[in-house]
Design a protein around this ligand. Structure first.
Ligand code: ZN
Length: 112
């Protein structure tokens, strides 16, 4: 994942939203980011802070909601919250099916 490209996309989405709402300033941008989306939050924030200069998002804050990795076993049916994604169930060696953790979304854009 290239954080700089992602930051640019997020900024463009926010600027579009501001334009549609005839807003002059963007105050907050809400993101949902899965633990497995492969995004470095720090790198993303840094890139965003550089890109937002001299745009209506100059003072915008990124509010990032992390989504944990959850997977369900196809054998015992249990759902686990994982630190790192495994392919096999920690209890019965069944195969884990990913339920969440890959999300990468702009939730909302708050304008003034
Ligand atoms: Zn299992």
């Amino acid at each position: 994942m290239h954080e700089a490209t992602l930051a640019e996309n997020i900024l463009n989405i926010a600027l579009d939203a501001a334009e549609k709402n005839h807003a002059e300033k963007i105050s907050k941008i809400g993101l949902t980011l899965g633990e497995m989306a492969g995004v470095e939050v720090e790198a993303l924030t840094l890139s965003f802070d550089v890109l937002k200069k001299n745009t209506p998002a100059d003072a915008a804050e990124l509010l990032i909601k992390r989504v944990p990795i959850k997977a369900t076993c196809n054998k015992c049916g249990k759902t686990f919250q994982l630190e790192h994604y495994n392919f096999f169930c920690p209890q019965c060696d069944g195969i884990l099916i990913l339920r969440s953790g890959r999300e990468l979304l702009v939730d909302f854009v708050d304008c003034e």
